[in-house]
Design a protein around this ligand. Sequence first.
Ligand code: NAD
Length: 479
Amino acid sequence: MNVVNFIAGQRVAPGGSRRHLAVNPARTTDLIADYALSNIADVEAAVSAARKAAPAWAAQTPGARGEILRKAAEAIRVRLEPIAQQMTREVGKPLEESRGETLYSARVLEFYAAEGLRLGGENLPSGRAGVVAFTTRKPLGSVGLITPWNFPMSIAAWKIGPALVTGNTAVWKPCLQAPFTSMALAEAFAEAGLPAGVLNLVHGDGFDIGQAIVDHPGLAGISFTGSQKVGFAVHQAASNRRAKVQCELGGKNPLVVLDDADLDAAVTTAIEGAFRNAGQKCTATSRVILQRGIRQAFTSKFVARAKALSVGDPADPANFVGPVVDEKQYDKVVGYIRTGLKEGATLLCGGDSRRNTEGYFVEPTVFDNVAPDMTIARDEIFGPVVALFAVDTLDEAIAVANDTEHGLSASICTTNLLSAHAFVTQAESGVASVNLPTAGVELQAPFGGTKASGLGVKEQGRPVLDFYTELRTVYMKVA
Ligand code: NAD
């Protein structure tokens, strides 16, 4: 199967001269695709198709649009297993997690299908006699959607679903690493009977194709998920041309463990948060902040569990940790591990690679004695690497948790209600959890970061419907 763009309802070869080599990160001899990337003419064609399709799509009832989302979800459910297997082959995600992500994508579309029927406004009392006042929602028109590789299907689904059900058309640029997973989502919409041009998929690099989408005057909104560096630039560029823009960015998520926590449950919470998807979640636990009374017991159990995690082929259910996504990510993660050692942190387990000729594997890595100004305490590593900190009090724990420019997700393990409440009210994060991992979101709840982790309206749940629509106020003199 070839890698193709979806433009105006047609499957067309990307027109650029640059190519991308996608390989299985668990077995680099397994070539997934050597494919051409798009050029600017492809972006122009996609935007023009989206704009042409916009009036008729907006004129459909939200219920009719939702019905197409529902059918796309059904198509995903029917092909769940092959999609999940492909996702695992493309990004190295453990198969069970790929199945979970695929199912989540279908459920997201079902959620927004139903939201179509609830896209209401408000009736307001008018101060003028004989006047009826109410609000309505209007789609933005056509929007640009840019997504990362770590959740190659679900993040796209949680942008496309609300964008389309509210009556927008879209141009979507996915990551380079998972072209067939992205195409499977576009195929599901095609199979569901989505009219030509409503969803256009263009494969391409960020610096040219992504940037062209962000800068395109024909796209009234931009929704971006990715790194902070790119996200800040995207936000600025889109704002400068007065497009509506929303960015969901990286994290450096803390898990606080207090002396009164259930020790075994806290260890499991940390393992789940830190090492699932090889730590490549924006919500992954990368800092564990331990109160001194529990520090030693937690550390020895946590390190023992981390060492025992089986690292290897993500398609084998026996393995908990798969590879990181590609060579660039591998070099980045190993580079941070080396920096941690150089800056004087104590390595408790893992460490430098166990890269073999087969794939980009990094063992679960735990550092102790991490000072707040060390690089590994501050930068998002996006790999299976955890830094441990010791504190005396809850206040100190909250201060360390908040001592970061990031603000995506923060958790605490405690059996004390007052401590839990103090933490969730004072943690500077878009998501705060008690006795649960930092990673893990629910589609009906809003999701996104504060501080440098998110700019604009939150995603998922209902609030994102505000991003994809303009609220309008109508006054009608009827008597
Ligand atoms: P990235 O910023 O490198 O790329 C994200 C997307 O942006 C890709 O499709 C890329 O091609 C595109 N892009 C790159 N340069 C661009 C430009 N100049 N203009 C427009 N688009 C451009 O991020 P990544 O490495 O793919 O993903 C990992 C990052 O994503 C991590 O920082 C992670 O925390 C973050 N992330 C955040 C969330 C969230 O919801 N907060 C979720 C998942 C991942």
